[in-house]
Design a protein around this ligand. Structure first.
Ligand code: ZN
Length: 326
């Protein structure tokens, strides 16, 4: 395999070879060092023969990111030896636990607001972003988003967003400025192929809510027994380094609410490939206008289960209900 990484990886391998040889002169009887040296030599041989980066089992290309992380890898993810597979599973389980630790409490009540959410990765980790931050006198911040892609890479970016927003919220910026700065930082630190859609809201004790929607699906606004969509007001986060975001302001009275969700909900499929869809969601929510957040989230999940029956969820799924209680 000829990749643009080859010269870099060759240099890395040569450097490792040199280091190993130095260590071996100091401990000539170390079987581990001898074994590593042999693996490095074999990798260099594969480079000379043009087979470097190909899986030993299927002869397809090994994932480039994995080669960059470990230049000695000679199996694709599908054909890892059992020991390596188990190590990878342990890593993933740990990543799942760490991601779970980044989530807010499932139920929160703060300053006249009540919030409930459901967070469900399609695999072990999720690329969805969901957080609540108590901003004190500045109100309650709620965030729900979706990083492009899936799996570990998306989960790492989700963790990055989590840290970014937490840091920026503590700085007391106006909401539009906060999202612009998060977008800039995300853009500068992320691969050009990755971005995130998200809704960031600030709910004040007065009932006023500011919402900034960066290319995400429209949140549903539940007011006086009716459900309407709040449109997107901006491009996804991190798509361009210099982006400005506008806000939508609404006033919520006691009993009013918002429902935020990722496309794992509306793009869930039934057995025949039909989408759950935003219309069905809107009808369902209209039938539960008076429900408390937890009950609304449960009703959505029950309806989704009834719709998809045995069909598997292919995408990460998150929904969050925010209610004005007083
Ligand atoms: Zn393979």
């Amino acid at each position: 395999m000829a990749t643009s990484l080859d010269p870099v990886l060759r240099d890395q391998l040569l450097y490792r070879r040199q280091t190993l040889q130095t260590s071996l002169t100091e401990s000539p009887s170390s079987a581990q060092l001898a074994d590593l040296l042999q693996q490095v030599d074999q990798a260099l041989e594969r480079m000379d023969h043009g087979t470097y980066g190909l899986c030993e089992v299927c002869h397809e290309s090994v994932e480039v990111e994995r080669l960059a992380a470990d230049p000695l890898t000679s199996f694709c993810l599908d054909h890892l030896p059992p020991v390596a597979q188990r190590a990878l599973e342990r890593d993933l389980q740990l990543a799942r636990q760490i991601q779970g630790g980044l989530l807010p409490r499932p139920e929160s009540a703060l300053g006249g607001w009540q919030v409930s959410y459901h967070y469900q990765p399609a695999g072990l980790v999720s690329g969805d972003y969901c957080d609540l931050v108590d901003g004190g006198a500045r109100g309650l911040y709620f965030m729900l988003g979706d990083v492009s892609g899936k799996g570990i890479a998306a989960a790492m970016l989700m963790a990055n967003l989590h840290a970014l927003f937490r840091a920026l919220i503590s700085g007391g910026l106006a909401l539009g400025e906060l999202v612009s700065q998060a977008s800039r930082a995300f853009c500068e630190t992320t691969l050009a192929t990755h971005y995130a859609t998200l809704v960031c809201g600030r709910a004040l004790a007065s009932g006023e809510v500011e919402i900034c929607n960066a290319g995400h699906l429209p949140p549903l606004h539940i007011h006086a027994g009716k459900v309407t969509e709040l449109p997107s007001t901006g491009l996804p986060l991190g798509m361009f380094c210099s982006q400005e975001f506008t806000l939508t302001r609404i006033n919520l009275q006691a009993g009013d609410g918002l429902l935020l969700y990722t496309d794992g909900l509306t793009e869930a499929e039934d057995g025949s490939g039909e989408f759950y869809g935003p219309e069905r969601l809107q009808r369902l929510v209209a039938g539960h206008c008076a429900a408390a957040p937890k009950a609304l989230v449960s009703a959505c999940l029950q309806d989704l289960d009834a719709f998809r029956r045995a069909a598997v969820l292919r995408d990460d799924l998150t929904l969050m209900a925010v209610n004005r209680v007083s």
